[in-house]
Design a protein around this ligand. Structure first.
Ligand code: ADP
Ligand code: MG
Length: 434
């Protein structure tokens, strides 16, 4: 696999299947014309160029940096329009840019009951770096706006001329490994310990990675000690992140821990309207309302739908009306489900609970394996078309009676055990939105 393929593969994890199949899958990488700081991709047709540029080029550039360790300018263009001299200029301009998405601003963030606490916390930190809540820890489910909020603060700081580092745990880890390998650890430490603001996204991936936790601990101490602002996000409360050193966990709670909840209807409506405005998609109020009621919470899914509506209507020269929207949505839900396999479900569950997919499908009886297996079986039953005998075979059980016993047991648990129920909901959401 070349680096571009790796990047697109990583991007696949971050966006919906529909988006991937529609826009990214058909991108061709020009290995000949691309250089170490310029990556050139050709889309399948001219209609989607702007969309891909606006929506994905920043993400792609970010992933290149994660994978290769150096800044890369991404160009999405038609095959014969790539002009070396022009691209050179873009490269020069872009070098100083950070990885922050410029459209992740406070103005573009719609506030409602579900997110106002987190919003207020991030906003006040952005006005008072290092002085109010340090660190600020934001947690909540997928696609609820954690990255957006964190970067909104980052953009404010950056505009004030502060040195802002935005990174994911994965990138931090890759960077660390690269510097260890090149024996340039001082440079690594200098980079992360001398910045004014450090934003680290998806902290839950520190889980069970001891080496990087150690390094991160020292980075944290150095920054905090000199009053530099740290903002962290995760999909759960620091207390709930398994395999996290106690000293890190307690430090994450030193400042303020704020949660983001799924948006309520009015907030969803406001978000959809904002996204339409930003992406220049024109739809009527009844369509906005319809989308808001059909999509339960993941805002990323809203964006997927808008992009699909937009692309379809452009390709087919049709105005977006309610009937058309209903069809497109039906399509999308069906596609989401058809693409979902038992493998995907067990992988997501296993990753979340820190065990191996093979253990879920084994006959292991230890408490955490049984727990993970029950959750996987339940979700497979709910979200895929597999029959009882197919489930039995997949999970290594004797026959369909064994499976139906298990499902009965799970239904009882869901009734009696709130934590279990919440976990199932959380994972189902994660699976259907990934
Ligand atoms: P998370 O990091 O929590 O998974 P993101 O910050 O990546 O979620 O948000 C997913 C998408 O939804 C982003 O494009 C973001 O701009 C958008 N989004 C989420 N919440 C809001 C909001 N309250 N207002 C506007 N856009 C939002
Ligand atoms: Mg995020």
């Amino acid at each position: 696999m070349n680096i571009a393929q790796e990047v697109l593969k990583a991007l696949k994890e971050e966006i919906t299947e529909v988006e991937y199949n529609r826009y990214i899958k058909h991108l061709t990488y020009d290995a000949k014309k691309s250089t170490s700081d310029l990556a050139i991709f050709y889309p399948q047709n001219a209609l989607v160029i702007n969309w891909i540029k606006n929506k994905y080029s920043q993400k792609i550039a970010h992933l290149f940096e994660v994978k290769s360790g150096s800044k890369v300018t991404v160009q999405i263009a038609l095959k014969n329009s790539v002009d070396k001299r022009k691209t050179k200029k873009i490269v020069e301009q872009k070098v100083s840019n950070s990885l922050l998405n410029p459209s992740h601003t406070f103005d573009n963030f719609m506030v409602g009951g579900s997110n106002q606490f987190a919003y207020a916390a991030v906003k006040s930190v952005s006005e008072n770096a290092g002085n109010v809540y340090n660190p600020l820890f934001i947690y909540g489910g997928v696609g609820l706006g954690k990255t957006h909020l964190m970067q909104a603060a980052g953009n404010v700081f950056q505009n004030e001329g502060k040195v802002v580092i935005y990174t994911t745990v994965e990138q931090f880890l890759n960077d660390f490994i690269r510097h260890v390998r090149n024996k340039t650890m001082e440079r690594f430490q200098e980079k992360y310990r001398k910045c004014d603001v450090l934003l680290i996204d998806d902290i839950q991936f520190l889980s069970n990675k001891e080496g990087i936790q150690e390094e991160f601990f020292h980075t944290f101490e150095a920054l905090k000690g000199s009053g530099k602002q740290i903002i962290l996000t995760a999909d759960k409360h620091p207390k709930k992140i398994a395999g996290l050193e106690k000293r890190l966990q307690s430090r994450f709670e030193w400042g303020l821990v704020a949660d983001i909840q799924p948006p309520e209807l009015e907030t969803k409506i406001a978000i959809i309207e904002k996204k339409c405005e930003i992406n220049k998609v024109v739809i009527t109020k009844d369509i906005v309302n319809y989308i808001a009621t059909v999509i339960d919470s993941n805002v990323r899914e809203i964006e997927g739908i808008l992009s699909k509506l937009h692309a379809y209507s452009q390709l087919m020269h049709i105005d977006i009306d309610l009937e058309f929207t209903k069809n497109v949505l039906k399509d999308q839900m069906k596609e989401n489900r058809e693409n979902l396999t038992m493998d995907i479900i067990t992988q997501v569950v296993a990753k979340d609970l820190n065990i191996k997919p093979s253990e879920i499908r084994s006959k292991g009886r230890s408490k955490n394996i049984v727990y993970a297996r029950r959750i996987s079986i339940y979700i497979c039953r709910e979200l895929t078309q597999n029959t009882m005998p197919q489930l039995a075979q997949y999970f290594g059980m004797k026959d369909h009676t064994a499976i139906s016993h298990t499902i009965k047991k799970i239904n009882e648990l869901i009734k009696d055990d709130e934590d279990f129920k919440v976990k199932i909901e959380e994972l189902s959401n994660k699976i259907t939105s990934s």
